[in-house]
Design a protein around this ligand. Structure first.
Ligand code: ATP
Ligand code: MG
Length: 246
């Protein structure tokens, strides 16, 4: 790790740490080349949002916990960035819910799949938990999507009723909603297609969300009707406020 990323007093410590996690994941072959670009887009929006969880995003996270807890067949979909940045918390949440996780990557190669599976297995061993990791052998397809991006497993994503898909693509998110699932999205960009397509969008940084979600699992939050447009409007308003403050 470089000196700055090792120094917690550095004002950009957290951001540098996340970049470092992604660098390490890239070295292990877990990421597609575009992963760092996607992260950079997220960082830009996090700056605009003030680099902290907004009250609205926290409420949305608590609602995500309530939806996942009341689901019949919850599942957590993981891509490379999610495994690299929040694999540990996502496995802890899946363990608490007793649900599987499914690796669902845009650019699928056997090498990437193996690198991601190995990383998750290492975390499982370290935490001494037993969470089913799906995705290595897809046997179903998400209707309305072309090519390998439609691949999923029957046991996981295909038959799920509530799905958490952090950092998902807009069209895949839309296809999951069209299947009748309740789709929970995490995306720092409230203008992205993913954010707009989801049933419940948490506009927050993934690692902050993951910690808050794990804390909320097991709590007794009442299920509310979700007005996702209102959640996105809250994020727009936060960005406008921050932008005019200076
Ligand atoms: P669209 O959803 O409009 O189709 P996209 O999905 O193609 O856009 P990408 O750059 O591929 O856009 O996706 C990355 C998305 O993930 C961005 O919207 C970015 O804000 C978000 N993102 C990246 N890193 C994080 C993170 N750590 N936490 C939360 N969101 C993030
Ligand atoms: Mg997107």
């Amino acid at each position: 790790m470089n000196d700055i990323a090792a120094d917690p007093s550095h004002p950009r410590y957290k951001s540098l740490l996340l970049r470092h996690l992604l660098e390490q994941a890239a070295e292990k072959g877990m990421l597609a080349a575009s992963a760092l670009i996607a992260h950079g887009r997220g960082e830009a929006f996090d700056y605009l949002l003030g680099e902290q969880t907004t009250p609205s995003a926290l409420i949305a996270t608590q609602q995500a916990a309530a939806r996942l807890m009341s689901a019949k067949r919850p599942v957590i979909s993981l891509n490379g960035n999610v495994v690299a940045l929040a694999g540990r918390e996502m496995l802890l949440v899946a363990n608490a819910l007793g649900c599987p996780v499914e690796i669902n990557i845009f650019y699928r190669t056997p090498e990437r799949m193996t690198a991601l599976l190995n990383h998750l297995e290492d975390i499982k061993q370290e935490l001494n938990i037993d969470v089913e990791i799906l995705g290595a052998n897809p046997d179903a397809r998400i209707p309305g999507l072309e090519g390998p991006r439609a691949n999923c497993t029957n046991k996981g994503i295909f038959s799920s009723d509530v799905i958490l898909v952090p950092l998902e693509d807009g069209d895949r998110c839309e296809a999951l909603v069209a299947m009748g699932k309740f789709v929970i999205v995490v995306d720092l960009n409230p203008l992205s297609r993913s954010a707009i397509m989801g049933n419940l969008t948490i506009v927050d940084e993934l690692t902050r969300f993951a910690v808050n979600l794990f804390a909320a699992i097991g709590e007794d939050y009442e299920l509310q009707d979700i007005d996702n447009d209102a959640l996105l409007s809250d994020a727009h308003a936060q960005i406008a406020t921050n932008a005019t403050k200076r």
